[in-house]
Write a protein that binds this ligand. Sequence first.
Ligand code: IPM
Ligand code: MG
Length: 369
Amino acid sequence: MPSNKKVLLLPGDGIGPEVTHQAARILEYFDKKRIASFDVKEGLVGGAAIDKDSTPVTDATMRIAMESDAVLLGAVGGPKWDSLPFSQKPERGLLRLRKDMELFANLRPAFVFDALVGASTLKREVVEGLDMLIIRELTGGVYFGEPRGITNLPDGSRKGVNTQVYTTAEIVRVARIAFELARKRKRRLCSVEKANVMESGVLWREEVQKLHDSEFKDVELSHMYADNCAMQLVRNPKQFDVIVTDNLFGDILSDCAAMLTGSLGMLPSASLGAPDKSGVRKALYEPVHGSAPDIAGKNLANPLASILSLAMMLRYSFDLDAEAKLVERAVESTLGQGLRTGDIMQASMKRVATIEMGDAVLRELAKLA
Ligand code: IPM
Ligand code: MG
């Protein structure tokens, strides 16, 4: 068997620990089956780290994350820490992980499971069969641009500043991943910005077009303004296959795309860095949903997004595509049997708790394998 694969679990806050621990059972399963062997560590991030170490992520945890082959994060944040100063908020832990690990490409798939078509707020015919992928730039743009801050003005009023900034290199590296992934799908890529009002958007459009013309002519490229994209996502989402966009637009559009599917509780994500000499990328996987403090610790949360994030880890970090597909099919057949957590509950289905959902997926996995 190849050497141990190093995985760091950072369950975080709210429902994070409950869902992450269900996903970790899948690792144990493949470990026991001797398909791969995992060396799993666990650390603190977000509010959990603030409570213990007075910082949203310690340097020691950062070091372990940097040395891991993959990180599985739960969720960060909650009302308990909302009033902390900006630089000490739980979210800073997640942002530091993304920035220090240079995870510049955030893959956010949005797909509708057949069993859940009815859970979408949109009409069945609009979302049935939807399967799209948003690639969000994750370490640049207005999230990290300088100057930033709040300053006092001479007249006693204040000024808040953030800076939207992108360099050629930052645009090209995320666009390249987008083209490569589009190539593995339907060969259609839509690049999204606001080139009509922002210079960074003009640059974005030009660089993506240039990369297309020099290396990816086989992929059909289109450009769209972000506001129009928001509208098109709810009007006719199936026109999209792969979307590539900047950090802030990606944040917003991916929530919108996620909701098309009926439940944020179903959607995974992967954040990838550049490949090293041996082709290995640093990577962090996390469900798109947040910490849901209102249901935390009650065994009510939906662990499927975390389990599907783990499937993405198997695929993108460990080249275990067949195993990733098995996990996805196990989720599908669990839903097919009518099991639902509260967030995706429908009439005449069987409502189950977090742990029971985890049990069911493992049971299905064992049947399929
Ligand atoms: C996300 C979240 C984060 C973001 C927050 C928690 C900092 O909304 O991952 O989409 O804005 O990037
Ligand atoms: Mg967001």
